[in-house]
Ligand binder design. Structure first.
Ligand SMILES: NC(=O)c1ccc[n+]([C@@H]2O[C@H](COP(=O)([O-])OP(=O)(O)OC[C@H]3O[C@@H](n4cnc5c(N)ncnc54)[C@H](OP(=O)(O)O)[C@@H]3O)[C@@H](O)[C@H]2O)c1
Length: 237
């Protein structure tokens, strides 16, 4: 039985992931701002599910994570799934800043707590949800694509650090394609259902690889995104 903490589990991919772990009999800690939605999930198995109302952009989120770990009697897997992002052609500053606060500041402060916790135990598994949007510049969402690039680089660096220190800490970067959640307002081509997305996310994390695209064909699309010359990329985007 694993002890799993998922930040950003009130809806979308985080919620689906939590449901998979609950079904598999794991001890699950879930956090987000919408406590009522967390409570609904807790009702599925009140003795195995712990909830924590949390805004990852606030400094107290660090203490709240430590308290959740304590309530659960430990943690084996940490997943940062909270995310914000907007199509923001009008460059509304509030949207830009909100994205950075959740995807960069919140991500960094909570991954840091998880890292130190696992460093002390000398083992553990850290997962961050980046995006295929972090592969190359997207002019319609500067803050979102940059924040996802940050997630990719940060997790890679953290994995290298753990390896250099000879710690048995796995670090996994997940790069989802389009999944039908509250987050995605437009039905882009290749959008998959939330159920399928949750299932693929669960399986990708269980494999424990350093990097996982889902659906897997996004690894091929990402390859082409990277090799397209800049002048052509600017035209497409
Ligand atoms: N859906 C896609 O196509 C897609 C593609 C690539 C990557 N992703 C990534 O997948 C992750 C999950 O997104 P989703 O699609 O499942 O969207 P979602 O349904 O909107 O879920 C986002 C989650 O983030 C939480 N969150 C937002 N702001 C927060 C804050 N300040 N503090 C704590 N939690 C916060 C939300 O909870 P509360 O509002 O209750 O706080 C919610 O649980 C994100 O990182 C997103 O960038 C999604």
């Amino acid at each position: 039985m694993k002890k799993v903490i998922i930040i950003g589990a009130s809806s979308g991919l985080g919620r689906e992931l939590a449901l998979h772990h609950i079904k598999n009999g794991n001890i699950v800690g879930i956090a987000a701002r919408r406590e009522n939605l967390l409570e609904e999930i807790r009702q599925i198995n009140p003795s195995n599910v712990f909830i924590q109302k949390m805004d990852t952009t606030k400094a107290q989120a660090k203490e709240q994570l430590l308290s959740l770990i304590e309530q659960m009697g430990g943690m084996d897997l940490f997943v940062y799934c909270s995310g914000k992002g907007y199509v923001n052609k009008e460059m509304d500053i509030d949207k830009e800043i909100q994205t950075v606060e959740v995807n960069v500041y919140g991500f960094t402060q909570l991954i840091n707590i998880a890292y130190h916790y696992f460093e002390e135990k000398r083992k553990g598994h850290i997962v961050g949800i980046a995006s295929v949007a972090g592969i190359r510049t997207l002019s319609i969402c500067p803050s979102y694509c940059s924040s996802k690039r940050y997630n990719i680089m940060y997790l890679k660096a953290l994995g290298q650090l753990a390896k250099n220190k000879k710690l048995n800490i796995k670090v996994t970067t997940i790069l989802p394609g389009f999944v039908d959640t509250e987050f995605v307002k437009t039905k882009y081509p290749l959008t998959i259902s939330l159920e399928k997305g949750g299932n693929l996310l669960y399986k990708s994390i269980e494999k424990g690889n350093k990097r996982a695209f889902f659906p897997q064909y996004w690894s091929i699309i990402a390859f082409f995104m990277l090799i397209i010359p800049s002048f052509l990329w600017k035209k497409i985007i």
